[in-house]
Design a binder for this molecule. Structure first.
Ligand SMILES: C[S@@+](CC[C@H](N)C(=O)[O-])C[C@H]1O[C@@H](n2cnc3c(N)ncnc32)[C@H](O)[C@@H]1O
Length: 300
């Protein structure tokens, strides 16, 4: 008989209690496992479709290049797809990327070296970023989980928006796939990660027009259950956010059981739900029509 998911989770908690310090993924391991995980999911394609609708509903500057900021830009694979969407709507686009992981920023710079965009990269935390310019598009794609706090950072991103600019956040809801990472995060940092509810709460006081839509994606985790398959270990490491091969065989088995408990079978594949909440917040543009009405102001 299958063990109930709650019991497996209690066993995982006991394993976590038994180990002392739990290291984060190294920068290099994070870089490799992240791309492997994303390739196993259809989420990025759904995000790109959603972004086309966002771009359709946005007015971009015509007197200067559109300025885009990617926070937690990663290695640039997703940013290439994102910039390609927006490049289709504007005459010229400049791109700034911010990320503390040097493995990522190096790859990001080289990926964009010959793509025809003016690119500027800041290797450091967004908290320390002082661009001195405003942006028409600021996006946070799956990066706010790792921030120590998000209220001040989302406020400062809103202040970086040009009038009429948009802030985009792609953030997971706190659902089944995240429970493993969340347990590990609590162990590593003594705090839970931020999820989409937290983001919406932090955006609320900022006076932007905010909309949210859930995108129902899935990730193919079949390889996680193939003994000795390095791709499967990479996917599992990213889901758990730790180097699982350093754990005891019993603990590794519990992690796989726990993942298996949230999968559904599709043909010969095992899929786990991988939803993301797609959030767009718009800063209002000045109403140029009313400010140029003849006689306005003279009567006051
Ligand atoms: C899951 S990756 C997402 C990368 C990219 N946006 C994408 O979708 O492919 C999260 C990224 O957030 C970055 N990150 C974590 N904390 C950060 C911070 N305080 N400021 C900026 N970036 C941060 C990490 O280094 C990592 O590259």
């Amino acid at each position: 008989m299958a063990i109930p998911a709650q019991d497996i989770r209690r066993q995982i908690d006991r394993h976590l209690d038994e180990i002392g310090e739990l290291e984060e993924l190294s920068d290099a391991r994070y870089h490799v496992t992240h791309e492997r995980f994303e390739r196993a999911s259809n989420q990025r394609s759904l995000i790109i479709d959603w972004l086309r609708h966002v771009a359709d509903a946005t007015t971009f500057p015509t007197h200067r290049p559109t300025r885009m900021l990617s926070v937690g830009c990663g290695g640039g694979v997703m940013d290439q797809r994102i910039t390609n969407v927006f490049a289709g709507y504007v005459d010229a686009l400049t791109l700034a990327g911010v990320d503390p992981n040097p493995e990522h920023t190096r790859t990001f710079e080289s990926l964009f070296a010959d793509k025809g965009f003016a690119v500027n990269v800041f290797n450091g935390l967004f908290e320390d970023y002082r661009p001195g310019i405003t942006f028409d598009v600021v996006h946070f794609v799956h990066c706010l989980y790792y921030f120590e706090h998000i209220g001040p950072e989302l406020r400062s991103a809103a202040e970086m928006l040009a009038p009429g600019g948009i802030m985009i956040v792609l953030q997971a809801p706190n659902e089944d796939l995240n429970h493993l990472a969340d347990r590990v995060w609590k162990k590593q940092f003594d705090q839970s990660a931020w999820y989409s509810d937290d983001v919406l709460a932090a955006l609320e006081p900022l006076g932007l027009d905010t909309r949210m839509q859930r995108l129902a994606a899935h990730v193919d985790v079949t390889e996680c259950f193939e003994a000795g398959n390095p791709a499967g270990v990479e996917i599992l490491d990213f889901i758990v956010q730790a180097e699982t091969q350093k754990f005891s065989p019993a603990f590794q088995a519990r992690l796989r059981e726990s993942l298996r408990a949230i999968c559904h079978v599709h043909g010969n594949r095992l899929l786990a739900e991988h939803p993301v909440d797609a959030i767009v917040s718009r800063k209002s543009a000045p109403d140029l029509r009313s400010s140029t009405l003849p006689g306005r102001g003279g009567a006051r």
